[in-house]
Design a binder for this molecule. Sequence first.
Ligand SMILES: O=C1O[C@H](COP(=O)(O)O)[C@@H](O)[C@H](O)[C@H]1O
Length: 282
Amino acid sequence: MSERVLKVYDDAAVMAKEVAHRTLQAVIDAEHSTDGRYDIGLTGGSDSIQALKDMASDSLVRVIDWSRVHFWWGDERFVSAVDPDRNALQARRAFLGGLVEQGLLPESNIHEMAADRRSVEQASRAEDEENDQLVSQAAVQYARELIHQLGPAGATPSQAEAVTCIKPLDLLVLGMGPDGHFGSLFPAPAHHEIEVTDRLVVGVTHSPKMPPLRVSLSAPFMARSTRTWMMTKGAGKAHATAGVFSRRDNPEFPSSFADGAEEFIWFTTPDTLAETSVDNRR
Ligand SMILES: O=C1O[C@H](COP(=O)(O)O)[C@@H](O)[C@H](O)[C@H]1O
């Protein structure tokens, strides 16, 4: 468990630029300190997509060997591959697509969660059972990809074993919703995925935030990430932030489970902290 370090910005646009620049710097720093491969977990949401746009215009982009960088998602909205709601599509439009087009990032380094292959009409007519099955299959498929890419050589751990034994993400960038969700792990008791500990990836139905079908990394796997950065802004998140800071691992405020093995930084704005008493700002 890491101490939560707060970085507070009066201007959310400056915050996003800072996260963008730090992400690129983290990749550069790791070039000399690890075996070379760098695995980044992305999220959706306004702050994170802005940070990706800012990366595209940061001069550090040009000094990175992108062939050793892999992109994953903390969560995905289970919609069609061309739906503008899709986190991966937004990330491609903001940044990743440009890297691929310029021949800098191999397409095979982008590890997307599965998309819904049904037509809008088919999806709207589907029963719960079918939806449950589809998001569960997407979760299993993503877990296999994680184990294949990050698992120990010559072994195939189960998902329960993989939560603690595969290589963790080097950097996970997260956002938090006004209800305190992160990834697509929504508050208990209405939702129970936040309490899953024996899977790398979970399927989610009936999400309180649209769209209703989602796929998410599980809390314990996300919390093992070497470095974790949370981005939040706005008074609408003040209540959830206070809940998160008042007690760790509280299922009613899922983001209280977020953590990083070596570093956990919370990038935020003063209005978000209006209801929180904290003394570890830096
Ligand atoms: O739906 C989602 O919401 C959260 C937070 O989004 P924000 O726009 O309030 O910052 C995001 O982190 C998550 O990835 C996404 O699927």
